[in-house]
Ligand binder design. Structure first.
Ligand code: PLP
Length: 387
């Protein structure tokens, strides 16, 4: 997205992680606006605009709660609000972030069962449905876009399979919201959590949680996990007054509003189309350079592309070379795939020039590291898709 008032990004620092992502100048300026009363009319207007504009991004007409915190904070909050120690829960695991859901739920004393697929594969909706029927689960947890592998869960199928059952379906949409279509209400997703620093183009620090009627009913029972600051019921009471229960992260909410205005100016379908185009161009370009996409089957993520490290070259070496020689910051892996993959974000404020530059530098870095790569093949393959 090139905007007339866009100041150049720091030329020596190309932030191409799968989050945090580059923050456009418009959003950075919005976060620098003068402070206002967090319970006054100026904030009420910001809050209402944020909620109004974010609802279509999540595909909901329900309450959207705002909390200071990163994605993991709102993942934990969702568990604290729905699950009591001893409750049986089912965690669908297809990568690092599913494992995180499991670790949090176990840490909070839940009785965790898992349904796992190979990293790189999406979850199998039928296996999830069968596993969910086996026990009266309190909640089922799914990662929409597994940023560690680039696999996307079929939430429509999983939501359909769980519809009518007792379990509340909780979705980690941290790296998908505003990059991939998300239809919370239509797909039967009960709690969706996301965060500001990925496709929403904002600085890190703001968590969003949208809650269905079924999830609100599940929270009516007495007891549960002790909680105060993160209590969704308290947040809901404040939501009715266009406020947060405790001091809001006012500057980040202002940034979010600006990000959502940008999304609405472009049009949400166009935003998704641009993510698809950039993701597809990255995949085609990398493949033309001789790389292999790590992700198998199903829908491949348009917000993060995960390549296998080629032959003898270690993933971390590619990450380091891109940073040191080409001031381009991509990600490796900090899990069982360490050294085996490298990951490039294709989410947020990105467009054709970013992808073409990434592929040019990737070609250079791979050649520097001793790989024989066809000259210009990545850029050429991507250009066909980017038009
Ligand atoms: C980034 C990310 C998170 C949250 O990580 P934080 O560092 O806590 O913001 C959670 N889930 C997925 C899928 C992510 O990509």
């Amino acid at each position: 997205m090139s905007l007339p008032n866009e100041m150049p990004r720091p030329a020596q620092y190309r932030l191409r992680l799968p989050g945090p992502t580059a923050v456009p100048e418009r959003i950075r300026l919005a976060t620098a606006a003068a402070m206002v009363n967090h319970r006054g009319p100026e904030f009420h207007a910001l809050f209402d605009e944020a909620v109004r504009r974010v609802r279509p991004v999540l595909g909901t007409t329900g309450e959207v709660l705002l909390f200071p915190g990163s994605g993991t904070g709102v993942m934990e909050a969702a568990i604290a609000n729905l699950v009591a120690p001893g409750d049986p829960v089912l965690v669908v695991i297809h990568g690092q972030f599913g494992e995180r859901f499991k670790a949090i739920a176990e840490g909070m004393g839940a009785a965790v069962d898992t349904v796992e697929s190979e990293w790189g594969d999406p979850p199998d909706a039928e296996r999830v449905a069968a596993a969910a029927r086996a026990r009266d689960y309190r909640a089922v947890f799914v990662t929409h876009n597994e940023s560690s592998t680039g696999a996307v869960a079929d939430l429509a199928a999983i939501g359909k399979a769980l519809a009518g059952g007792p379990a509340v379906l909780v979705v980690d949409a941290v790296s998908s919201a505003a990059g991939l279509p998300l239809r919370q209400d239509e797909w039967g997703l009960d709690v969706v959590v996301t965060a500001s620093q990925k496709a929403l183009m904002c600085p890190p620090g703001l968590g969003l949680v949208s809650v269905s009627e079924k999830a609100w009913r599940a929270m009516e029972r007495e007891g549960g996990t002790p909680r105060f600051y993160w209590d969704f019921r308290r947040a809901r009471a404040a939501f009715a007054k266009s406020e947060t229960a405790f001091t809001a992260p006012v500057s980040l909410v202002a940034g979010l509003v600006e990000a959502l205005r940008m999304i609405d100016e472009e049009g949400l379908p166009a935003v998704f189309e641009r993510h698809w185009r950039c993701g597809e161009a990255m995949r085609a370009g990398g493949t033309a350079l001789g790389l292999e996409i790590f992700t198998r089957g199903g829908t491949l993520s348009d917000t993060v592309t995960v390549f296998r490290a080629p032959g003898p070259i270690e993933g971390g070496a590619i990450v380091r070379r891109l940073y040191e020689a080409y001031h381009t910051v991509i990600a490796g892996a900090r899990n069982r795939l360490q050294g085996k993959v490298f990951r490039i974000g294709t989410m947020g404020a990105i467009d054709a020039p970013d992808i073409l530059t990434d592929l040019h530098y990737l070609e250079c870095a791979l050649r520097d590291l001793g790989m024989r790569v066809p000259q210009g093949a990545g850029v050429a393959a991507a250009a066909k898709i980017l038009g």
